[in-house]
Design a protein around this ligand. Structure first.
Ligand code: ATP
Ligand code: MG
Length: 221
């Protein structure tokens, strides 16, 4: 018997800049989120379209919800996607939002260039162990990676590490903590990620939204 296909869509977003910068893209697709996650305690937010809902999850959990199909699509930073590995995810669009860069930073007094030149074993603290491992391996620099979950800027100041790998946008947090950026690893922006099964089964519903996102993000430089 032919059941009508469930075309209900769930979009996974994180609070803060990704949520805010995704709103205009959703509006370009005719979708308005009708509750504000900063003031609401709800984790499932309705939209003006009864078939579209938004779930609010940790930034680093977005790929997981989409991978397992608990969300059909989501928005996640390239930083988060590299750490996740991208398994089960289709990544069709760079949304060009939440832009920043992944960098290596050290205390202002630390001579990074000569430490690297001398082949010293560097202690590097980061939330982004995958990215850091690849970066230093490609340079042939030996590192001990120390996994942190936040406030990486503190690590060199209290002797936990020689360097950090972290996201930088204006550089003001580094500056406030007397740290200097010594290497630019890569540019970061957020991507749309889509569950591979949903892409096939809900294509009719997803396709126009993906197209609207693509057009709206192309208008950004
Ligand atoms: P959580 O707060 O849940 O631990 P998080 O700190 O990684 O996660 P956000 O600070 O909201 O979450 O960052 C979400 C995404 O926004 C990051 O994965 C990254 O892609 C991007 N981002 C992070 N910092 C900046 C920044 N300073 N400027 C622009 N984009 C940023
Ligand atoms: Mg945060």
């Amino acid at each position: 018997m032919n059941q009508p296909m469930n075309q209900q869509l769930t979009l996974a977003l994180s609070k803060g800049r990704i949520f805010e910068e995704t709103l205009p893209l959703l509006e370009a697709a005719g979708i308005m989120v009708t509750e504000n996650p900063e003031t609401s305690r709800k984790l499932i937010l309705p939209t003006n379209d009864k078939d579209v809902r938004v779930i609010i999850v940790r930034a680093s959990d977005v790929p997981t919800y989409v991978q397992y199909g608990a969300a059909d699509f989501g928005v996640a930073g390239k930083d988060v996607l590299i750490e996740h590995g991208g398994e089960g995810l289709y990544q069709p669009i760079d949304l060009r939002i939440a832009k920043c860069r992944m960098s290596v930073a050290v205390s202002a007094g630390f001579d990074y260039a000569s430490a690297v030149r001398q082949g010293a074993r560097l202690r590097v603290a980061t939330k982004y162990v995958q990215t850091a491992r690849e970066h230093f391996a490609a340079k042939g620099v030996h590192v001990d990676l120390i996994k942190l979950y936040g406030s990486m800027e503190l690590a060199p100041l209290v002797g936990l590490s020689d360097a950090i790998v972290d996201l930088v946008s204006t550089g003001s947090t580094l500056k406030a903590n007397n740290l200097v950026e010594v290497e630019h690893i890569m540019d970061i922006s957020s991507r749309l990620v889509v569950n591979r099964a949903a892409l096939k089964l809900k294509r009719e519903r997803l396709q126009p939204i993906l197209e609207a996102f693509e057009r709206a993000s192309k208008r950004k430089e």
